[in-house]
Each structure stands twice: as C-alpha cells, then as structure tokens.
Design a protein around this ligand. Structure first.
Ligand code: ATP
Ligand code: MG
Length: 445
C-alpha cells in the first residue's frame, strides 16, 4: 500500500522510533516499523510501543548505536535505550529448514524441543521470511520510512478490516512452536475488540496444556500484559472460556470449581471486583501494582488453606497462616514466577487483613502507620463489598478512622477495646455452665 492508500503517518510515530529507523537506513540497512505499532495506527489506536525489524544483525545494530543493549537467548534482540523509552530492534528471522548451511552448523542459532517448541529462534532471513515467522496476520505489517509504503505479506490489512485474529500458517504447528501464542490470541482479541478466527481458535483447548512448558518467568511477563493493561476482566473470561486460565492460576481455577457453590461464588465475585477495579484505575491513569491483584487472586485459596491447617494441625493461628502462605506461594510460583519485589507487598497486604481487625490499644495506630496500610485498607474495602457483615463494618470503621480527628480516633479505639472486653466477658460468663464449681467472677479489662 502506498502512502495515499493508508492512514499511517510519521507524526504518530515516536521521535525515538524515527531516529532508529533513519539511523539504520543511513547505515545502509533496511529498516521497517512492524508489529503493534503499524497495526494500532491502522486501527486508529495509539501504539503502546514501537518495534522495528531490520536486515542488520544484532552485532551490526550494536555497532551503529551507542545506547544499544543486546538481550535474549531464545530470541536475540537489540534494545535501543532512550532513558525510560526502549525501542526494540529485531533482525529478520528466517525459516529453520531453509537456513543456509553455515547457520545450520551452528547449533546455537536454532533449537526445537520434542513437542515442536522453538527453544531458540536466531536464524536470520529476508523480510518475507520474517513476515511468515510472525504470529498473527495483523502483526505482520511493515511500514517503511524510505517510501512510506506499508507491506502486507499475510493479508493483515484484510484481517484488520474483518476484525479477525488469524495465525499465519498452520495453527497447530505455530502453537506448538510457541504456546504463548494462545495467550496472545486472547490478549489481542480483547485489546482490539476482534474475534479469533475459527481455525485459529480450534486447536487452543486441545493444546492448552503445552503452556506447562513455558518458563514461569515468561509467564509472569504475559500475566502483566493480560491483567495489568486495562483488560483484566475481559481476559479472565476469555481465558477461562478457552481453558487457559488454569495454567496461569491453578489454585484459583481449582477454587472456582470446587464443590461448595457459595464459596466459589464469593471468590469469583471478589476476584472479578479486584480486576474491575484494576481496569478502572488503569483506564483513568491511576497507579496500580500487580501485587494487589495477585494478592486478590490468591486470597481465598490462602484463607481456605489456613482454615484447613487450623482444623487438621495443632499449629497456632499465626503459624498456620505462614505455613499456608508458603504453600500457596510456592504452588503459584510453579506457573508464574512472581518477582520478590511483588511478593513482599502481597504478604504485607495479607498480613494487614489480620492487623486491621485488631485495633485495641496502640494497635490501630501501628496498623495505620504500616507502609502498606493504603493497599491493605483498599483490599479490606473490596472484601467488605463482597463479604458484607463484620468485614464491611470493619472497612467502614477504617474509613471513618482516617477521616476522624485525633480525639475522635482515640474514642474509636476505646470503644473497640470496650466492645472486645465486653465480648470476652460474655464468653467467660458462659464457661461456668460446664465447670460450675471453678467459676470465678469475670474480670473487666
Ligand atoms: P503490543 O506491543 O501492543 O502488546 P505487539 O504486537 O507489538 O503488541 P509485541 O509483543 O510487542 O506485540 O511483539 C512485537 C511483534 O513481534 C508482534 O507484533 C509480532 O509480529 C512479533 N511477535 C511477538 N511475539 C511473537 C511470538 N510469540 N511469535 C511470533 N511473533 C511474535
Ligand atoms: Mg509491541
């Protein structure tokens, strides 16, 4: 498509991406904008980032740019770094079977597992080969700053018009090469409000379990793209429809399908509320942390585990909590490797649920000063909305506490201590029934 046949204009492309395109071109290489950047501009959406494809090898790219880092083993790429903005530059990929002999000899360039999964994809080729190695037709559109043409090798423009997510080539082979493409199909369908074409959708359920072979660190990256980009709820529903969700959160899936229908319902409403909240915050440019959503996903699996340990072991409530936390986290880490920097705030949010409930004496103030108080309180609010009853009352108490003057706060704390000690009195009074002789008058705290 020549410039007068499409709507992609240089003014929508970031200065940094343009700089990289022109520098490559001046260096004597071919360079194209490709992938999401071109696709989103054709759809009238602001691209999230700009990816570039070139016939320069990673080493040649590095020689051209001072601010260049080479990354990736499975898929070697160059990152051109402009402060926080990173432009990804990939060398054209070629076919594995047609790779020239010199490249074939070097085992480091290409590797495939018994399942057909590509463990390494570093065979270089021409632009049309590169197009065939991309995932979906709509992602294989190339924009040139030399003549402003768009090159469509796989029918991507027609699929954009038909709003179809379609894999290039044989779907089963392409999913086997890289099972993450199943997650990407769902993500693009919700993000772009398109439909997964039937031949691309059909192998997903039968091949879903191949996601077990994906390293948990890569799954975390995909988790972020699916759940922390404004479409969490839509992705959740579609991932469940395609039976993919359980490979991200096995304990949550289990929790959503166990025998107790009321429990399931509560958990399902809670995580959906948390996702909806996250989506709204992202879509109104508020800050979100993946830790909050992860804490929400695993809250009911954690609570169930705590209760089970309390019933079946002699552990103190605190030990039961930490034992359950350890079990739930290590089970989760097998699917998605949550980095330490997010694990710590997840634990804080959970621990705060207990701390926020005990408010006597100085405890309320201590909880209030906790560095993660805000997240813990927001979490309690969500729980209150779903659980109602005491949890909702507690959440309301904390809402009032934050708005109250210092004197009013002291009164609130006193009335909590009063209520607790009178509850204790009631409990102690009941005791004598079974042990009448030893009964002693309850002491007021
Ligand atoms: P967005 O950045 O909006 O999430 P994108 O399409 O740009 O979407 P990226 O993950 O940035 O997605 O990848 C850039 C391009 O690289 C894709 O458009 C696609 O052409 C190619 N690509 C990425 N991942 C794969 C994959 N797993 N298999 C084949 N091609 C891929
Ligand atoms: Mg991109």
């Amino acid at each position: 498509m020549s410039r007068d046949q499409h709507t992609v204009s240089r003014k929508f492309i970031s200065d940094n991406a343009l700089k990289v395109l022109y520098r490559l071109q001046k260096g004597g290489y071919e360079a194209y904008l490709v992938g999401g950047g071109v696709r989103d501009m054709l759809l009238g959406i602001e691209p999230k980032d700009f990816d570039i494809a070139t016939n320069a090898t990673p080493e040649q790219i590095k020689a051209l740019f001072r601010n260049c880092r080479l990354i990736g083993r499975r898929f070697r790429l160059a990152h051109i770094v402009f402060g926080r903005d990173i432009i990804e530059v990939a060398t054209f990929r070629g076919h594995h079977d047609s790779a020239n002999d010199k490249q074939k000899e070097c085992k480091k360039t290409s590797k495939q597992s018994a399942d057909g999964m590509l463990l390494r994809d570093n065979i270089y080729g021409s632009i049309d080969e590169d197009a065939e190695r991309r995932d979906f037709t709509i992602n294989a559109l190339y924009y040139s700053v030399k003549n402003f043409n768009i090159y469509d090798f796989a029918g991507g423009v027609a699929d954009i018009e038909q709003r179809a997510i379609r894999l290039i080539g044989d779907p089963e082979t392409r999913y086997r090469e890289d099972p993450v493409r199943m997650l990407r199909a769902v993500r693009f369908a919700t993000k772009l409000d398109m439909n997964i074409s039937s031949e691309t959708a059909e192998p997903i359920k039968p091949l879903a379990s191949l996601l077990n072979n994906i390293p948990p660190a890569r799954m975390f990256e995909e988790f972020l793209k699916l759940f922390v980009s404004g479409k969490a709820l839509a992705n959740f529903h579609m991932l469940r429809d395609y039976e993919l969700f359980k490979y991200l959160f096995p304990t949550v899936e289990q929790g959503l399908t166990t025998a107790d229908a009321d429990d399931n319902e509560q958990m399902s409403r809670f995580i959906q509320l948390a996702m909806n909240n996250t989506d709204e915050r992202i879509n109104t440019n508020q800050r979100v942390t993946p830790a909050f959503l992860l804490a929400a996903f695993l809250w009911y699996p954690l609570s169930r585990q705590v209760n089970q340990l309390k019933q079946t072991t002699q552990l103190t409530p605190q030990d039961a909590f930490f034992a359950a936390l350890h079990e739930v986290m290590s089970e989760q880490q097998r699917s998605i490797a949550v980095p330490k920097r997010f694990q710590a705030p997840m634990k804080d949010i959970w621990i705060l649920q207990d701390k926020l409930a005990r408010r006597e004496g100085k405890r309320a103030y201590k909880a209030f000063e906790h560095p993660k108080f805000r997240a813990g309180y927001d979490f309690l609010l969500l729980r209150g909305e779903i659980e109602g009853g005491e949890t909702a009352e507690l959440a309301k108490w904390w809402t009032d506490f934050q708005a109250a003057t210092h004197e009013a706060q002291q009164m609130m704390v006193k009335s909590v201590s009063g209520a607790r000690s009178s509850r204790r009195t009631v409990r102690k009074r009941r005791k004598p029934r079974s042990n009448a002789n030893k009964a002693s008058a309850p002491k007021a705290d």
